[in-house]
Design a binder for this molecule. Sequence first.
Ligand code: PLP
Length: 384
Amino acid sequence: MEIYLDNSATTKPYPEVVDKMVVALTNQYGNPSAIYKKGIEVEREIKEIRRNIARSLGAKETEIYFTSGGTECNNTIIRSVANLNKKTKKHIISTCIEHPSVLNTLKDLEEQGFEVTYLPVDSQGKISIDDLKNAIKDDTFLVSTMHVNNEIGAIQPIEEIGKYLKALKQKVYFHVDAVQSYAKIKFRPSKYNIDFMSVSGHKLHGPKGIGFMYVKENNRIKPLLTGGGQEIGVRSGTENVPGIYGLGKAVEILNQDLQGTIDKIKSLRDLLKKEIVENIDNVKINSPEDGVCHVLNVSFRGVKGEVLLHYLEQKEIYVSTGSACSSKKKGSHVLNAIGLSAEEIEGAIRFSLSDLNTEEEIREVVKALKESVSDLRMIIGRRR
Ligand SMILES: Cc1ncc(COP(=O)(O)O)c(C=O)c1O
């Protein structure tokens, strides 16, 4: 029996998502820009999906733009705001635990002459509002932060950040990377004074290669891709219709009972944490107590996380040592930033859950973990 606990990396599409995508690939293959029936039916369906997504955020449909996913959203938004402000302003504030799609975009902007302050985080992975206040300069034009961290599940105080930025005399745009929080935390961007937001389809049981940006009314976007003017000129290129259909179906399913889904995932995460702590000694829980429902990061001291991952893989249990994007590199920048020791970083495993997991799976995983960690510690002990 396969047990998939790497849902922060990607999720398994719901069967209904696949069925809906098949419709776009078989009957409804028309180009939504076409002016005959076969195009118009697709255009109508996309409009309905856009409206549904907007409704899930208490937003307007004109504030939602489809993209190829989280990386494109983050690039488009950050580069656009930088471009539109570069004549008079140079300073951006972000955090040191962002996803590479933000960090590498900011690095590129630094090479172009922008200045970036990377706020530190505490042992719980949170920034301090005082640090943010102290970092603001006359020429600060953007604060870009993730809502939920993909490696440890820490939740940033975006409500407080939004409030603070709104009260400032100067305009500082607020971008939130919500890839790990949309459909995991209920919130409305307008309530938090968010100007721009990034969401990815494959993190919520939708397909890969699709996502959407929230762009608050009256905020401008300078497009990354120019061309035929699709998405009101914000994102040219023929729409990824199967992707949009799949994402739309995933959002529809998730919003039928979002609180119920969140509660289910959280209780599975709590069970996993409790069982690990009770059954395996010398572990450290790296995820904060008040973290997001679906992520649990744990260090198994004296064990190499990567070896443990492959032990579990042999039992068809899939977990991660860090984020999928950085798993080939050494030493997670997030675990470093929260102050873990080298041994704790090396022994870290990220379990990330979804509503498709079951209690039985969690018990199976803990049993496998107990055996594997014990075997590995014995082997290492013998070598010493
Ligand atoms: C916080 C965060 N932002 C952005 C991304 C990138 O999203 P995508 O894979 O859709 O490009 C990810 C994916 O891991 C993520 O976790």
